[in-house]
Design a protein around this ligand. Structure first.
Ligand code: SF4
Length: 254
């Protein structure tokens, strides 16, 4: 099978399919364009600043440095997507909100006290002969003693009690990919929620990785069946309120 004809999976495309096969089709099969979303763009801005913060020497990794980086990183983002200039009508308010998220970050971690070994690390592997799996890890830290920590920043709020496992699926997939690449089982998975200053942590086991692999394989099988039958049932939920495709979705258009 040629690399181009393989099914490409990532934690977000797997979530798309499992949340709503019709949404997955719009995004991953039809590849319909979507306008930028302000929440996603705010996330990109904060991620960029946190990424670049680790370029500084440890003593300069302060809230002031992070907040100083904001205007230039935002200008670069607008240069790349000029439509953002119209979408953000009050730039001061926009940057203030991003500053507040960065301030929250410093209440959860002390970036001067460790080195980020990898940032925006691309991990990939063939899940099966016809399924390619990949993802980008916000940060992967390797301690001097060898322990590995995988970190993901979220600009929203932490999940309600009982929903942490669903949120950790993404990091378990990264842990699986990292283990397949290096033979090392990460010791800690950490989701950092800047929206409400909470952390979700987990010490993964091989059983967690196996269970993530099972979900990935089952989803790949389901997607192949959907492709074969051209069957993409919409699954209406609260997500529809944020779905750009609502105006064309069969569940909402009669
Ligand atoms: S509007 Fe709802 S049901 Fe339709 S594609 Fe979007 S998420 Fe799925």
């Amino acid at each position: 099978m040629s690399p181009d004809s393989r099914l490409r999976l990532s934690p977000s495309s797997v979530n798309d399919y499992n949340n709503c096969p019709q949404l997955y089709k719009y995004r991953s099969i039809d590849r319909l364009p979507q306008p930028p979303s302000l929440d996603a763009e705010r996330g990109t801005l904060v991620h960029t600043v946190l990424h670049d913060l680790f370029e500084s020497i440890p003593s300069n990794r302060t809230p002031e440095t992070a907040i100083d980086l904001l205007p230039s990183r935002w200008r670069a983002q607008v240069d790349a997507k000029p439509e953002l200039a119209q979408m953000v009508t009050n730039e001061k308010e926009w940057l203030d909100r991003a500053s507040s998220l960065l301030t929250t970050y410093f209440s959860l971690e002390q970036p001067a006290s460790f080195e980020a070994t990898h940032r925006e690390m691309h991990l990939e592997d063939d899940l099966e002969e016809n399924v390619y799996l990949h993802g980008y890890v916000d940060r992967l830290d390797i301690a001097p003693t060898g322990e590995v920590r995988i970190v993901d920043y979220k600009t929203g709020k932490a999940p309600r009690p009982g929903w942490e496992d669903k949120a950790l699926f993404q990091l378990r997939v990264y842990a699986l990919l990292y283990w397949k690449r290096s033979g090392v089982l990460p010791q800690l998975l950490q989701l950092i929620y800047l929206g409400d200053g909470k952390l979700v942590k987990s010490n993964p086991t091989m059983a967690d990785l196996e269970s993530a692999k099972k979900i990935l394989r089952q989803t790949a099988r389901d997607i192949f069946i959907s492709i074969e039958k051209d069957y993409w049932p919409p699954k209406p939920s609260r997500l529809c309120d944020w779905c750009f495709f609502k105006t064309i979705c069969p569940a909402h258009v009669s």
